[in-house]
Design a protein around this ligand. Sequence first.
Ligand code: GCW
Length: 645
Amino acid sequence: MSTDDLDGVHPAWLPPEAFRAIAARQVRVAGTGPLVETVRAEVTRAGATIAEDAELVLGFAGEVGSLGDEGFALSRRDGVTTVLADAPAGLLYGFFHVVRLGEAAFTGDRPVERHVPAMRRRMLDHWDHVDVHPVMGQVERGYSGGSIFWRAGAARDLARVRAYARLLAAVGINAISVNNVNVHATEAKLLTERLGDVAAIADVLRPYGIRVHLSVNFAAPVILGGLPTADPLDEGVRAWWAEATRRVYEAIPDFGGYVVKADSEGQPGPFGYGRSHGDGANALADALAPFGGVVHWRAFVYNHRQDWRDRSTDRARAAYDHFAPLDGQFRDNAILQVKYGPIDFQTREPISPVIAAMPATAVAVELQVTQEYTGQQRHACYLGPMWSAILGFPLTEAADVAGLAKEVVAVSNVGDDPFWTGHPLAQANLYAFGRLAWDPALDPVSILDEWIDVTLGTEVDREALHAILDDSWRTYESYTAPLGVGFMVRPGHHYGPDVDGYEYTPWGTYHFADRDGVGVDRTRATGTGFTGQYPEPWSDVYESLERCPDELLLFFHHVPYGHVLRNGSTVIQHIYDTHFAGAERTVEMRRLWERLAGQVDAGLDTRVRERLDEQVRSAAEWRDQVNTYFYRKSGVPDAKGRRIY
Ligand code: GCW
């Protein structure tokens, strides 16, 4: 089951079989340069013959034009399949597109199809530490073993990084940040004395068209430079960033830039110096600008020490309150990185209103491939449908989220696990993220189909796989926190149910359940006013108890248990019904997997079974805790008389 150069590591979506159609052909690759050489090496590695008289021709367009730095055009006529690009990266992406198509790329005629990525930067953030963190481990919110970048405090096996780069290039990812946004002492030094390690990684990623970015500590001038301040308007501080950045580019000429989590969950930031986040972001942007770099400045800024007794503070409001007034103040190379929802990567959240509120700012939407709140890669939960819904959401009258955002970024789910992602089926999430970042209009079910073809082969029981995965995000939602209220996870590790776990904490994530009802009143009329941060029609839709979509009801409203949903059920009966049905559905998922027996690699089969068993157990635990909690609070029995404790 291994890739040809890495023993014991699953080849994910690039097994030798995926290259079968190409291997059988003669191929011509035109041009020169590092990325073109990568394509040539891939062709040879696939087992194809490089020849002048070829059935697959990859070359530069000339007349097609407007394909940009990364696009390509694919066509087939007179028995020749042609990939044309304006620039080398386009050839690389075109080559992997042919891999995905398999035999279909060599059948019949094909009129010219243009493939140009919707987003210029398609990025993964790794939350990896160099040192193993005492609480978070080596990868914060990582569920796939250790880091592939760092081991025992130093850069590690680059063969694994190379294999990762290939996988990412094959789905169109072109940027990676290699360390956690919480930048601790050792990791801060990646910017200076440990820069060589970063450069070594950059060298391995470069042939696959991927640029390296680094998370930096806002207080680096103090921590690393020994300056008395990190005030972004201080001349000495600015000079320090300029010089540190110059050195970075000396070592890594195509370095992508910095990622910054500032004034957030204990990280230092401009507020500490009485400055705005515009001042903070611009100081780093100015240091990067001469070299063409960018700073990704995260909008995840909120008070994580709030008093739960204080009902007027609403964490959902925080990003907009902090950042919307700064629209227009950020440099062109400062990108505001906004989590897709106003809280924190929950299974269901409304779209962050910040994405619509800053038309004069470059915004990146941040997704989470690592399944922190969606089952931690122990539960099968295919997130393609969630991301597709997010990116296609018509947030303003003129544009959907993909149209409003300049980029899409996601937290990676990869570690040094033999299957890369812990749960082998979680590979589909990484795959889908890359494909949707390239083209947000792709159908997530078709993306899953592609993933099945290349990863598990065309012979497996795809119906069973679709039945397991297509709706697995909604299934996960159905047995966890109800109707968009969020959290209810065990504090700290965030796995499994704990309905009141966060209720009396300073973290700002509450459900306010009492004997009469549940939910957070975020209306303008009687609540925190969060609905007012949305453009029309959403500010009125969410404000209205009648028009608010069921799945977000408890995010926006506090309602009695007897409140009748748009689907006709009461809130309390809906909670019971969805939790019974969701847990039942996981049993069905487990049974469906039996149909794959003997069709997939034995190691993969064992791993998936083990995880599905855990999902069945955990879903039953969620069902029983959530149902029991609400039964005891409300005293309302289940209309169907099922077992509640
Ligand atoms: O979801 C939360 C996680 C933190 C994480 C933070 C963030 C890296 O629980 O572990 O810190 O988000 O996005 O910064």
